[in-house]
Design a protein around this ligand. Structure first.
Ligand code: ATP
Length: 415
């Protein structure tokens, strides 16, 4: 049973639709991060979950209780919020601020009981600010203040803790401390933490689950590995990034390359099949995907450099076992993609007995004379034929019926 469930949530400010059909599930003990560009609806989503906003459609359930059925006091025992901006009364001490978190448990004008004092002491100790209890809030550093606000939210003993950009104003050391703290709170107290984060790398390192929002819709949700891909980041943030895996954590880390320069020229067709391998197709696959073509590639061996690139880019890959020749079954599957494609690009790859079937399939396609075939011919075939001349013979037949291209740059004139 998920601790927090959002079902088909839609929200509009007056007639301006912001969130559309948002669904998500988070389990107790999970740390979930919400990522997305400015204005994509992250804060609006949090504010629907904590009921500061009321959705026009859909429902939010915490431990199977609909939040709209809860009284404000009970709701405050279910969800606690650390907002983006808070004006704190500077005349309060840290202990008094944290004690405010107990209000949902007190009757009007009721004084806090010893149990409330014990709880706030535990919460302040959990976030490491017990030693600051008598200090005034305006005497604290940014990181300490943030901890005090988290302690106040924890004092509500919520099942769900929502935080809107909790680390934005902190230096890297405090950012790390706060995220580590939140992760431990999830683990030790089995609460759900849902935080809007702008730092993709820190979100990747600390979160169990990520929700990537684009234009008010969930573009992708899942583990950091599933969500943080070059293609997803490009499509959502319009920036080119390179992803590397951080060895210590195994989590994906992004390196910024450049903003995406959108090529708005019309496309010459829709579906293209690429015959590649060993990294020779990397730039072509990237270019075609950037231009928005539907791309397939194959047959490729699992683990091949182009196989990895194609997978990352969301290209349809016809794949066979690592280091094994193309099987009959995979050749048949590849044929379907060749039939569907409007154009075929053959990269400047070596041919051996392992991938000879790819070439034989292409010869059959050429014989039909229905497809446009482009051959990127940079190195003479004699230098990349490892089949004793068989591949060169078939290749030369194909070449006669194809558009021959000498560089990737030339390809841009056609696609
Ligand atoms: N009170 C409001 N009335 C009308 N429109 C609003 C209101 N609050 C926010 N919006 C609009 O709703 C959209 C989503 O805003 P929201 O604050 O949820 O985005 P966000 O993803 O949290 O952005 P940021 O990363 O900049 O904080 C934006 O276009 C914003 O201008």
């Amino acid at each position: 049973m998920p601790g927090l469930e959002v079902k088909n949530l839609s929200y509009s400010y007056k007639d301006k639709s912001i969130l559309e059909d948002v669904c998500l599930e988070i389990n107790p003990g999970e740390f979930a991060g919400i990522l997305g560009p400015n204005g994509s609806g992250k804060t609006t989503l949090l504010n629907n979950i904590n009921r500061w906003l009321v959705p026009q459609k859909g429902s939010i359930l915490i431990e199977e209780q609909k939040v709209e059925s809860l009284s404000p006091k009970t709701l405050a025992q279910y969800v606690a919020t650390v907002p983006q901006e808070t004006s704190l009364d500077l005349s309060f001490t840290v202990e008094e601020i944290v004690m405010m978190g107990r209000n949902p448990y007190l009757k009007t004008f009721e004084r806090e009981k010893p149990r409330d004092k014990t709880i706030i002491e535990e919460c302040m100790k959990a976030v490491g600010i017990w030693n600051l209890k008598d200090r005034y809030i305006n005497e604290l550093s940014g990181g300490e203040k943030q901890r005090a606000l988290i302690a106040r939210a924890l004092a509500q003993q919520p099942k769900v803790l929502v935080l809107d950009e909790p680390i934005s104003h902190l230096d890297i050391n405090y950012k790390w401390e706060i995220l580590e703290l939140l992760k431990n709170l999830c683990k030790n107290m089995k609460i759900i933490v849902l935080a809007v984060l702008h730092d993709i790398n820190l979100a990747s390192l600390f979160c169990d689950k990520l929700l990537l929002l684009k234009d008010g819709k969930i573009f992708k949700s899942g583990s950091p590995e599933e969500v943080i891909t070059e293609q997803n980041i490009r499509e959502v943030f319009d920036v080119d990034v390179k992803i590397n895996i951080q060895p210590q954590s195994g989590r994906p880390m992004i390196t910024f390359i450049s903003p995406v320069h959108k090529d708005t020229r019309p496309r010459s067709c829709e579906r293209i099949h690429v015959v590649c391998g060993g990294g020779a197709g990397e730039k072509i696959l990237q270019y075609l995907r950037e231009r928005g073509y539907q791309v397939s590639a194959g047959v490729l061996n699992i683990g091949d450099t182009d196989w990895k690139t194609a997978k990352n880019l969301g290209v349809d890959v016809i794949e066979d076992l690592p280091f094994s020749p193309v099987s009959e079954e995979k050749a048949e599957e590849n044929k379907l993609y060749l039939d569907r494609a409007e154009a075929i690009i053959i990269c400047n790859i070596p041919f051996g007995h392992g991938n000879l079937k790819n070439l034989i399939l292409l010869r059959d396609v050429v014989a039909k004379g229905e497809k446009k075939i482009f051959v990127l011919h940079e190195t003479p075939i004699g230098q990349r034929d490892y089949t004793g001349g068989l591949a060169a013979k078939i290749y030369s037949q194909i070449l006669k019926e194809s558009v021959v291209i000498n560089s990737i740059e030339e390809l841009r004139d056609f696609f």
